[in-house]
Write a protein that binds this ligand. Sequence first.
Ligand code: DGL
Length: 251
Amino acid sequence: MHTKNEYIAVFDSGVGGISVLKELCKLMPQEQYLYFGDSANAPYGAKTTEEVRALTLEAADMLLARDVKALVVACNTATAAAIKDLREKYPDTIIVGIEPAVKLAADRCHGGTIGVMATPVTLREEKFNHLLERFSEEQIISISAPELVSLIEAGATDEAIEAYLQPILSPYKNKLDAVVLGCTHYPFAANVIGKLLNTQILDGGAGTARETKRRLEEAGLLHTGPGEIQMENSSNDPTLLTRAMELLRED
Ligand code: DGL
């Protein structure tokens, strides 16, 4: 039986889901959050779908064995690989995933050219390809930047991120009506991406937070405070938790 003071668990392969946690905190500051980053196993985006599915189920089992009223899968890669399995395994739990915000981009730039940056797993999964079938009037270009998650996990400087992204993104400069950040790590590189592409940047973090609030409200499970954030990480590198807190506070 759920009580109103349980945690909202937020899960990602590493520190990326903090971009979603920020949106959740903005919308529901009175909630208690349990953030778990699986940095010991990041990046997920370069693994096989089966590996990502197994890691996601393992993390969900660990989190849902605790005082948790909802699970936010703040990772596009884990959502693409495992959301169906999670919902089957935990049919009575509120489980919210994240997917590239292509609909938001198509609404804003109807008939335009939209870039989608995401990990290799997200881009090749059926879920994403089904999503694209719904947008025949827009030209959608998938852009893969396989090292970007590792750079962000490692706390790379903007200069290092720019040096890596420059050759990948320069062919698209001034050619996109919008770029969708389809990986929750990428908002932490938004300044660099914006500079290199010169276009509007969209991501699904705020939409995921709104959907989480809607589901909790519907179930009568909103908490009235005080809010709290608990950070956990599978890596035994202590700097990751410090970095997670920095990213959370970063404007
Ligand atoms: N943050 C994850 C996402 O949204 C991916 C990271 C990874 O490759 O581990 O897709």
